[in-house]
Design a protein around this ligand. Sequence first.
Ligand code: SAM
Ligand code: SF4
Length: 363
Amino acid sequence: MTPLSQVEPTGTSPVDLLAANARVSDDRGLIDAFGRRAQDLRISLTDKCSLRCSYCMPAEGLDWLSKDKVLSDDEILRLASIFVGLGVTTIRLTGGEPLVRAGVAGLVRRLATLQPRPGLSLTTNALALADKALDLAAAGLDRVNVSLDTLDRQKFLELTRRDRLSDVLAGLQAASEAGLSPVKVNAVLMRDMNLREAPQLLQWALESGYQMRFIEHMPLDAQHAWTREQMVTADDVQAALTSVFTLRPIGHLDHAPAESFEVLDGPGQSHWRTDPPRVGIIASVTRPFCRDCDRLRLTADGQLRTCLFAHQETDLRAALRAGSTDTELERIIREAVRAKPSGHGIAAPDFRQPDRPMSAIGG
Ligand code: SAM
Ligand code: SF4
């Protein structure tokens, strides 16, 4: 992609170009060197988790961050308020498993007081959601994404190494009842495990009123076992779904990473409760959407990452704890965003998986 400074807006003279670049430098927002505006901040609340999904973590082991390294609620609030001042409009809490951190509803309540008030969402494995959904909604959480890869108890146990499917289903129902909608369900498909279950998962989601999305497995697993040959691609998912459903592509909606499809017909149609009936595919590997990426990530230990696959991080925790003013923090954040890479480069021959796994970045 061409840096903004070299981009001539279509049909404009050099004078218009100067004016356009002046507008960008006046802008209070976070704009990178490729003209993308960062508006979506993912904050990881912890690197710990209550599951051990095989595509994410090893069965055992993995060093956790020590408590003193993890940002406190006050530190998260301070940084979030600076990001909101710089044009971030949506904040997603994630992890690890965010709900293993104590006091998440209290943190949500404080984030909901930021001005302008950001949209607030949570990505969770839902084990603790049945207990917490009402409190979270009352605190100001707008919606949830729940990760669920199979409806088969035995496969769930194999995939996550814990026998907790019934807790996830209870969590989903509680989220719906608490009004945390639309409730989105994210599934990662593995070739010999749950790829064949894709149509069943979609039918179940349509009948339950959840928005189903399938995510390509990315080279971010802690055990570095990902291979391009083994991964289930968006084409594989589409082939599995269109063997029983009729889908109409409707593109990426509002910077969403998911490519959306309207579901025109398929099994159980008279019972579908999802309106409009849709399914999404997040094809980060085979159909990258870096050109439209509006995301930033803050790890639980206060490192700013401008890309999931970045090797560089910016240490906001050190700056914060060294007593930096808001203006100084703003400048550090702007510089980091300015240096955001144009793309993840997974297809490049010299691609190297980042040291941090997904669970320690915040998916
Ligand atoms: N524990 C929470 C959960 O599972 O929803 C939040 C964190 S988890 C890292 C966020 C999302 O990343 C989940 O939907 C999970 O399925 C997905 N994920 C984890 N490892 C992945 C990988 N290597 N490739 C693609 N998605 C992955
Ligand atoms: Fe935990 Fe989420 Fe990773 Fe599964 S995907 S091990 S629930 S962090």
